[in-house]
Design a protein around this ligand. Structure first.
Ligand SMILES: C=C(O[C@@H]1C=C(C(=O)O)C=C[C@H]1O)C(=O)O
Length: 90
């Protein structure tokens, strides 16, 4: 089944891109965590998170992706970022 193989090859490429994009995002958020620790700012910023979630839900709807899934995915990542920031703060 050539189409199955083709689709799986595309899925593997997309998964690799996701890993690279996430790695870049965590590089940025770790830098933010250091800046926050230096300036005595709290690890989490719920107002910023609300804006990000609203934006991502809207982008998801436009892209025909379930907005609830997009929110769950972003919240999962942000929770991990906040754990990093708490660890950086010590
Ligand atoms: C990265 C930040 O820290 C936290 C993590 C966020 C994220 O991963 O996008 C957003 C808000 C903060 O709760 C930030 O404040 O920008």
């Amino acid at each position: 089944m050539a189409e199955l193989e083709d689709m799986r090859a595309s899925i593997d490429n997309i998964d690799a891109a996701l890993v690279h994009m996430l790695a870049e995002r965590f590089k940025c958020t770790k830098r933010v965590g250091k800046l926050k620790a230096e300036h005595h700012l709290p690890p989490a910023d719920p107002e910023r998170e609300s804006r990000q979630i609203a934006r991502l839900r809207s982008l998801a709807a436009e892209a025909d992706l379930d907005p609830a899934f997009a929110e769950k995915f972003l919240t999962f990542i942000i929770d991990e970022v906040i754990r990093h920031h708490e660890a950086i703060r010590g």
